[in-house]
Design a protein around this ligand. Structure first.
Ligand code: FAD
Ligand code: UDP
Length: 365
């Protein structure tokens, strides 16, 4: 039986970054496994039948305020400058999203400047000092009309939960702006990995001390290999055999269509808060910059069952997670990290940041 210093479960960002750090900095022998047939976790991209580079698990755009995360990834990829922009289609009109000065003026038929816009919103917003849910979070910034047309139905579609029953941090992911900045993210570093995410993962995992095994679940392999330490980036409730009950996750289904023309829609992402069963239409080619005569567009349909894409931000779920986290603290040499391991709605840069932090902790031991 082969012996490894570390078994890492999950070859998404959490698992891959830790594998690379442990292998290259501490000379550890690492076995990283994934039950899927590819590396990259939810950031995986591939060339479809038409030759278009698409992201299998929905639109993934890299952005971060953390210089250390950007510098870390820069060792493994060249970058393509790309600042993400999203439009919302409401009543057949296209609006900037996040809500900004243009959105407010177009929606209310006004011609306000930044100062006037701030004053106007101050009049229509609901005065709540500390919003306790996602509905209050939005109405306390922009009032009921925008909330109803841009947020309420989208949120219901995305989560099948009313914004009133979701933590404020869900809608707070999207800023409200009084200027014309129409970028989706405000972070300093916003780039696409030049040749796609999968290529980046191959580089991260290319170290000689790393063995990658795909289509291999933790259950299948745990008694067949020897290892000193375990890093688990899958669902923490699954690891503990659902001892306290299942943590809920939200999933998505995707519908793809290829078109025989260079571009299908004008923007990378168009959100449909009120119409259709899908939340967004994504043409990632705008972001990858691929030069090819065809294009592929994906629609994202939220779903109750399927792959666990989103931890659901509700306080009862946080409490359940805390029970599992308590159990995990009692284990020696077993570490949980990543979006599923920490049961947190984390972006990829936050996952990388947390993984680098865990690496620092492990290297001090
Ligand atoms: P994952 O990428 O989920 O990787 C975990 C891996 O573990 C999976 O490959 C899984 O197969 C494997 N695994 C789980 N259990 C087991 C087991 N028992 N045995 C073997 N293998 C197992 N972030 C951004 O920064 N920007 C974006 O634009 C963005 N868009 C997103 C869009 C969607 C639709 C989704 C769902 C997420 C988005 N994210 C985005 C978040 C991003 O996907 C995550 O932050 C990141 O992928 C998390 O990395 P991870 O390694 O924690 O988890
Ligand atoms: N949201 C919304 N309308 C939109 C876009 C987002 O109501 O057009 C809300 C919705 O609740 C969503 C949350 O804001 O879940 C966070 O949006 P984000 O785009 O960050 O979600 P993700 O990219 O993680 O799916």
């Amino acid at each position: 039986m082969k012996k490894y210093d570390y078994l890492i479960v999950g070859a998404g960002f959490a698992g891959s970054v830790l594998a690379e750090r442990l292998a290259s900095q501490l000379n550890k022998k690492v076995l990283i496994i994934d039950k899927r047939n590819h590396v990259g976790g939810n950031c995986y991209d591939y060339y479809d039948k038409a030759g278009v580079l698409i992201q299998k698990y929905g639109a993934h755009l890299f952005h971060t305020k953390y210089k250390e995360v950007f510098d870390y990834l820069s060792q493994f990829t060249k970058w393509r400058r790309y600042e993400h922009r999203v439009k919302a289609c409401v009543d057949k009109k296209i609006y900037d999203l996040p809500i900004n000065l243009n959105t407010i003026n177009k929606f209310f038929g006004k011609d306000l400047n930044s100062k006037e816009c701030s004053n106007y919103l101050n009049k229509i917003r609901v005065k709540i000092k500390k919003p306790k849910d996602s509905e209050e979070q939005v109405v306390s910034k922009v009032g009921w009309d925008i909330y109803k047309r841009f947020f309420e139905k989208y949120t219901l579609k995305q989560w099948e939960i009313h914004p009133r029953d979701l933590e404020p941090e869900v809608t707070a992911r999207i800023p409200i702006r009084f200027n014309k900045d129409d970028r989706y993210f405000g972070d300093k570093y916003q780039f696409m990995s030049k040749n796609g995410f999968t290529e980046l993962f191959r580089k991260i995992l290319g170290h000689k001390n790393i063995t990658v095994k795909l289509q291999t679940s933790y259950k299948k392999i745990k008694d067949r290999v020897k290892f000193d330490k375990l890093i688990f980036t899958g669902c923490i409730d699954e690891f503990f055999n659902y001892k306290f009950g299942q943590l809920p996750y939200r999933s998505l289904k995707f519908k793809w269509k290829t078109y025989n023309k260079p571009f299908y829609q004008e923007y990378t992402v168009i959100n449909f808060p009120n119409d259709y069963k899908y939340t967004k239409s994504v043409e990632i080619k705008h972001a990858t910059g691929q030069k090819i005569s065809k294009t592929t567009v994906g629609q994202e349909f939220p779903a109750a069952s399927g792959e666990p894409y989103y931890p659901i931000p509700q306080s009862k779920n946080k409490k359940l997670y805390e029970k599992y986290a308590g159990l995990s603290n009692e284990l020696k040499d077993v570490y949980f990290v990543g979006r599923l391991g920490e049961y947190k709605y984390l972006n990829m840069d936050q996952v990388i940041y947390n993984s680098l932090k865990l690496f620092n902790k492990l290297s001090r031991k």
